[in-house]
Design a protein around this ligand. Structure first.
Ligand code: YSA
Length: 333
């Protein structure tokens, strides 16, 4: 009795069979494909059955190849059958254009964005326009131009994050929006009335009223004859628009190297006073450095903390809620 040659199956044959699947449409065509490629008399089955007749050293590799080919062909068949079924289901249920629309889920604005917009709107209605500046700053704009030299204690309260690889001119994440004052005055001449909203960063331990990333809004006005009374008037008007008539506002002295005199504003809350901003009259030395004559021009400036304002507006007790990304919290705004 003669021993027949083993049946061989090539990778090209397997690929060709898989490609042919794309042209099959009916159940009958699918069935014929399955019989031809996976049935008992298919070349795959014959090749598997005749494995034992192959030279011993080829068997392991040939077996692996045939098993992989079988897996590919079976997966290809199942996928094509599922795709055809899905197509048929879609065809049976065509688009019903008379079906009433269903509401799409809608996103909302973050409470800090809402509050920032309210802050901007309040100052815009008082004649201020919006400017922007970089979040990555040099030490010159963030500190030195604002009269905060390297050894000044104010630097400690404003420790921040430095960028790697910029040793010669260190670059840092700005600790406040006040660098915008310098950047704007360098380029413009009075009269000036601008606000600069944006993110600021501090390397600081967080608690219920302190975050390491803060949204501030800088306010700057420079003109002839501006006094502390104008600053106080603008800030009281702002607080009235932001919190209504009934909130008690505390206005008292504070120190910032870039103003003289300096003030801070706090707002009453069930938990006590919450400081919302620092402010003051622009220091005459800064005006002079910007090329303005401080005998003619005076200015006032402020830096507002938007998260603290949002806490007061919405009655939020812990500032950390804003950036935890808990949708149960964020959906309430
Ligand atoms: C002062 C005088 C000017 O002429 C202009 C601006 C300023 C403000 C100054 N640049 C500054 O940043 N002062 S501050 O450190 O006291 O911050 C201002 C406000 O930002 C605070 O009143 C507070 O509302 C908010 N803030 C600061 N650090 C914070 C913070 N809010 C939450 N977490 C922090 N870590």
């Amino acid at each position: 009795m003669s021993v027949s040659e083993p049946v061989l199956l090539s990778a090209a044959e397997v690929e060709a069979a898989l490609e042919a699947l794309a042209d099959l449409v009916t159940d009958a065509e699918l069935g014929r494909w399955r019989t031809a490629n996976l049935g008992r008399k298919s070349r795959l089955s014959l090749a598997l059955r005749s494995l034992g007749r192959r030279p011993v050293e080829e068997r392991a590799a040939a077996g692996r190849f045939l098993n992989q080919a079988k897996g590919k062909l079976e997966r290809g068949f199942r996928d094509r059958r599922a795709a055809l079924k899905a197509e048929r289901t879609r065809a049976l249920r065509p688009l019903d254009v008379s079906l009433p629309g269903r509401p799409l889920p809608r996103g909302g604005l973050h409470p800090i964005t809402l509050t920032e917009r309210a802050v901007v709107a309040a100052f815009a209605s008082m004649g201020f326009h919006v400017i922007e500046g970089p979040e990555v700053e040099t030490e010159y704009y963030n500190f030195e131009a604002l009269r905060i030299p390297a050894d000044h204690p104010a630097r400690e309260a404003m420790d921040t994050f430095y960028l790697e690889g910029a040793e010669e001119t260190p670059l840092l994440l700005r600790t406040h929006t006040s660098p915008n004052q310098i950047r704007f005055m360098e380029r413009q001449t009075p009269p000036i009335r601008v606000i600069a909203p944006g993110r600021t960063y501090r390397n600081e331990a967080t608690d219920a009223t302190h975050e390491w990333m803060i949204t501030q809004t800088e306010v700057l006005a420079v003109d002839e004859g501006l006094t502390l009374a104008h600053l106080k008037g603008a800030l009281y008007e702002f607080a009235r628009r932001m919190f209504g008539e009934d909130r008690t506002i505390r206005f008292r002295c504070d120190y910032f190297p870039f103003v003289e005199p300096g003030v801070e504003v706090a707002v009453s809350s069930p938990r006590g006073w919450i400081e919302i901003l620092g402010a003051g009259m622009v220091h005459p030395e800064i005006l002079r450095n910007m090329g303005y004559d401080p005998e003619i021009y005076t200015g006032f400036a402020a830096g507002l903390g938007v998260e603290r304002i949002a806490m007061l507006r919405y009655g939020i007790r812990d500032i950390r809620r804003f950036y935890e990304n808990d949708l149960r919290f964020l959906r309430q705004f």
